[in-house]
Design a protein around this ligand. Structure first.
Ligand code: BEZ
Length: 258
């Protein structure tokens, strides 16, 4: 497969739901930090196929999910037809009325223009409203990225690949939030080794779903070569008992609009 023609907001939702349920399963912890209350107006920013949006609704909040990927929104609407989901861009979304909270799980590492996303989140909140987020932080998937670069080099592909991700440190992200009118009341950066589904093909599935930017422009054969080389590099440290573990490093933030 040559994925050059696939737009950067295309997601295969069947593969996402079937093989990557850990994304929202791990996200349930973040819901405890959000602590949604009945009647609150909450936006789920980057809602994917809607699983956490529904949990927020079950808590009694008035929730709306937005996502940049039309395929995610289509599936979210099919999964939860009673909830409102819209395609929107984290860098420039609008809301109908000021919100009590903006919630975001495992999304903001895709948004390199963090200042624009923070400005949109700020304008969406009421004064005193909260922004509760988790995403990849400094050092996230470092071993996988290094292996991808080495694998591309090994087959003679120049590795000036555009890095598709933004993994900030606490200091970097908190500073941007403060500069745009937030008080950061909680933040942490922690390793969270993440078990991948699919047994032996778990790493290949992960790369195809989340690291496809590294494979753009390669023939199907080259893609398989790269994936195989990455598996060989990482197997000794990241594959045990028929399961791959990804070296996730999470940043969590609670910030209040001043
Ligand atoms: C993450 O959730 O940390 C992540 C997911 C896909 C690509 C990179 C990072």
């Amino acid at each position: 497969m040559n994925n050059l023609s696939i737009p950067n907001n295309y997601w295969d939702t069947a593969l996402y739901e079937e093989k990557h349920a850990f994304v929202w399963q791990y996200g349930e912890d973040l819901l405890k930090l959000l602590n949604p209350k009945p009647g609150e107006y909450i936006l789920d920013l980057g809602c994917g196929t809607g699983q956490l949006t529904e949990k927020i609704a079950i808590a009694g909040a008035e929730v709306r999910g937005i996502d940049y990927a039309p395929t995610m929104i289509e599936t979210a609407r099919q999964n939860y037809p009673h909830l409102r989901f819209d395609v929107a861009d984290a860098r420039k979304f609008q809301v109908d009325q000021p919100l009590d909270a903006v919630f975001s799980n495992a999304v903001l590492h895709w948004v390199k223009e963090a200042d624009s996303a923070i400005a949109s989140i700020h304008q969406a909140l009421k004064p005193g409203g909260r922004f509760v987020a988790e995403f990849g932080g400094k050092g996230n998937v470092q071993a996988i990225a290094k292996a991808l670069h080495s694998a591309l080099q090994a087959i003679g592909i120049p590795t000036q690949v555009v890095n598709p991700w933004y993994f900030p440190s606490i200091g970097e992200y908190a500073t941007q939030l403060e500069q745009q009118g937030f008080d950061v009341i909680y933040t942490t950066l922690f390793p969270r080794p993440t078990l991948l589904a699919g047994g032996e093909v778990g790493m290949a599935n992960w790369i195809q779903m989340f690291a496809s930017a590294f494979l753009a422009g390669l023939s199907a054969q080259q893609q398989m070569q790269v994936i195989h080389a990455v598996e060989e590099y990482l197997k000794p440290t990241m594959y045990q008992k028929d399961t791959w573990t990804a070296d996730y490093q999470r940043i969590r933030i609670i910030a209040i609009k001043v």
